[in-house]
Design a protein around this ligand. Structure first.
Ligand SMILES: [Zn+2]
Length: 278
């Protein structure tokens, strides 16, 4: 469930804790491990993935990468060396005496390790669209607008529902189910609207809503829904401030009618049918 805001918080909190330290060993649990002995040169976020760059960073050729995708339930935690938890899938022994742990209850998470060039050849990275926090209004218009001179979305995909479009990491990177519903509610756009039907004003509102939702969530520390929390054990406060996600049958903050739930793009989707007209 972690999305862009949660990955961004993880990146921001991990970087000062990891940069300059060495990863000495990799272990599956508390058993024996394999030597790594590589110095961490930086931490980066791409979409919902966390990339830990390992020295030497003399151009992409020479660097190694350790990367994680959290999928449903993954998180990265700083733990004491003797701390044990059955949901820790990998632990990385650091030169400062702590362990970086990849904790994943549902086991859908992905861990990559290898030469950077090779890791970045993985389909996830190769096909990743522009980052949701980096995309400009013009960039979004080009992706969505059928009348644009250089449309980036093929004609066959113009009938795509806006919610499916937002969830597809090949279009824009970082948005997941919670953020998509919140963005569309804020923009007053029905999740089933076709992307080719959105006018310039709606695209503009969509873009500003997208930024507002992501930036607010980051500011509040992300969504600590179910069991996600920060690498240092803090939890985020965005989930309590959300407008629609998981609020079926409760009052819309804008018009006071009841929030609906249906399935769009195969995902449970929350919206207000009064504020978000089809
Ligand atoms: Zn409403």
């Amino acid at each position: 469930m972690p999305e862009l805001p949660e990955a961004e918080i993880t990146k921001r909190k991990l970087e000062p804790l990891l940069k300059g330290k060495r990863i000495l060993l990799v272990r599956r649990s508390l058993g024996k491990g394999g030597n790594l002995w590589k110095k961490i040169s930086g931490v980066e976020r791409r979409g919902k993935a966390i990339l830990i760059w390992l020295e030497p960073k003399l151009g992409v050729e020479a660097s190694y990468l350790l990367a994680f995708h959290m999928r449903m339930s993954g998180k990265l935690l700083m733990v004491n060396r003797n701390h044990h938890d059955k949901y820790i899938r990998r632990r990385f022994q650091l030169s400062d005496g702590k362990d970086l742990a990849f904790h994943d209850v549902r086991r859908f998470g992905v861990v990559w390790y290898g030469k950077a060039k090779k890791v970045l050849q993985d389909n996830y990275f190769k096909t990743l669209g522009e980052d949701a926090l980096a995309i400009s209004l013009e960039g979004l218009k080009k992706l969505l607008n059928a009348k644009s001179i250089t449309p980036l979305i093929p004609l066959t995909l113009r009938g795509t529902k806006i919610k499916s479009f937002l969830l597809n990491q090949k279009n824009i990177a970082g948005i997941g189910n919670i953020c998509a519903d919140e963005i569309l509610w804020k923009a007053k756009i029905h999740p089933e609207r076709k992307i080719s039907d959105l006018n310039d004003n709606e695209i503009k509102t969509l873009w500003s809503s997208l930024r507002a939702v992501l930036l607010l969530s980051i500011k509040l520390g992300g969504s600590s829904m179910r069991d996600w929390f920060h690498p240092d054990g803090d939890s985020g406060g965005y989930f309590e401030k959300r407008a629609v996600y998981g609020r079926a049958g409760k009052k819309c903050f804008s018009c006071k009618s009841l929030i609906n739930k249906s399935k769009v793009a195969g995902r449970g989707t929350y919206f207000c049918k009064v504020c978000q007209k089809k």
